[in-house]
Design a protein around this ligand. Structure first.
Ligand code: NAD
Ligand code: AHE
Ligand code: ZN
Length: 370
């Protein structure tokens, strides 16, 4: 079939909306009509050329929601008409990783996924001239129709609105999950969140759910303050307004350091500040942000010797097929909020405007509706 998609032709160039060829689902694969997709900063990271795994030409996008159109041979858990959210972290439920309760990082298809290919080592997308186009994070939600492995789809309730729950495909789950699954924040904790964008605001929302007493938000953009307060931030810090070193300022504000800190910027200098503003003896710093190729974190080992720990999280530690339908229920039951964070919607033709809004710091989430 043919489908409309936004193509990342070369690193650093705007996406090009075009018709492409899409082959139908093979064994254990599913054809999905994407109804809506969010624009996450990770899409921009790859588009820009900063991703060491970036491969072009590719169809980016990993924060979608849609409807099953056709299933390939052997698919048993989904049928045409089912509503689904694509999972860049699949859940096969049988690999060594899925069987270990300490991780959500199913590795069943990770190597081909990183090469922009389906698990059989081929791509379903080609240009109208027949040249190959790569998949992205196993999802490629910047295409109106896409093919995914069955293990990379969470079946969700049919009454959930696509244009909102697409955000659960990455940002919402990553932010809330970092608090609940990775840090396991206790009631009464003090926390600092660096970066109040599409991920950081969901960390704040997660901290409020977990019953944190103090939720400090740190961002260079003062326009992020209002929305963060709406989601539970208790104190705002703009580093450009702090005289001297930020670490002692934050340690003082949190009365000795935070129990938990979260980086949602992808900046390795911020990651260091996050680690060092965690409480001596027990503070944990969680890295969510994705840093450019070649960037490295550093700190004095003494920071760890004296009881701080550095951890990371992907997809908020969530096991997608199990956890995503539950998070959709939380949204539908009013336990979590999504709507105010979706600040802009647009047709696929305007997708580059969505990235412009992200760069300008004007959007939280821009969502493309097909
Ligand atoms: P975003 O662009 O919406 O938000 C980033 C925020 O960080 C912005 O508000 C920006 O003003 C702020 N910021 C930038 N530099 C800063 C600095 N030096 N100090 C303080 N604030 C600063 O991006 P997003 O979609 O929220 O993504 C955030 C990061 O999380 C990205 O690196 C993204 O790739 C990553 N991410 C990781 C996962 C995961 O599973 N680990 C999932 C999704 C996104
Ligand atoms: N390809 C990058 C790493 C990108 C990365 O860390 N991705 C996160 C999800 S970000 C979603 O917005 C992730 O899931 N990581 C685990 C994994 O297996 O990719 C690089 O640096 O090579
Ligand atoms: Zn993402």
């Amino acid at each position: 079939m043919r489908t409309r998609a936004a193509l990342a032709v070369k690193a650093g160039q705007p996406l090009v909306v075009a018709e492409v060829n899409l082959e139908g689902p093979k064994a254990f694969e599913v054809l999905v009509e994407i109804k809506a997709t969010g624009l996450c900063h990770t899409d921009e990271f790859t588009r820009s050329g900063a991703d060491p795994e970036g491969i072009f030409p590719a169809i980016l996008g990993h924060e979608g929601a849609g409807v099953v159109v056709e299933v390939g041979p052997g698919v048993t858990s989904l049928k045409p008409g089912d509503h689904v959210i694509p999972l860049y972290t699949p859940e096969c439920r049988s690999c060594e990783y899925c069987l270990n309760p300490k991780t959500n990082l199913c590795q069943a298809i990770r190597s081909t996924q990183g090469q922009g290919l389906m698990p059989d080592g081929t791509s379903r997308f080609t240009t109208l001239d027949g040249d190959p186009i790569y998949h992205y994070m196993g999802c490629s939600t910047f295409s109106n129709y896409t093919v995914l492995p069955e293990i990379a789809l969470a079946k969700i309730r049919p009454d959930a609105p696509f244009d909102k729950v697409c955000y659960i495909g990455c940002g919402v789950t990553t932010g809330i999950g970092a608090v609940i699954n990775t840090a396991k924040v206790e009631i009464g904790s003090r926390a600092i969140v660096f970066g109040l964008g599409g991920i950081g605001l969901n960390v704040i929302q997660g901290l409020r759910l977990a019953g944190a007493d103090q939720i400090v938000g740190v961002d260079l953009n003062p326009a992020k303050k209002e929305m963060a307060e709406r989601f539970g931030m208790t104190d705002f810090v703009n580093p450009s307004e702090v005289e001297g070193d930020l670490v002692p300022y934050l340690v003082n504000l949190t009365k000795g350091g935070a129990d938990y800190t979260f980086d949602a910027t992808g900046n390795v200098n911020v990651m260091r500040t996050a680690l060092e503003s965690a409480h001596k003896g027990w503070g944990e710093s969680i890295i969510i942000g994705v840093a450019p190729a070649g960037a490295e974190i550093s700190t004095r080992p003494f920071q760890l010797v004296t009881g701080r720990s550095w951890r990371g999280t992907a997809f908020g530690g969530a096991r997608g097929r199990t956890d995503v339908p539950r998070i959709v229920d939380w949204y539908m039951d009013g336990k979590i909020e999504i709507d105010p964070m979706i600040t802009h919607t647009m047709p696929l033709e305007d997708i580059n405007k969505g990235f412009d809004l992200m760069h300008a710091g004007e959007s939280i989430r821009a969502v493309v509706e097909y």
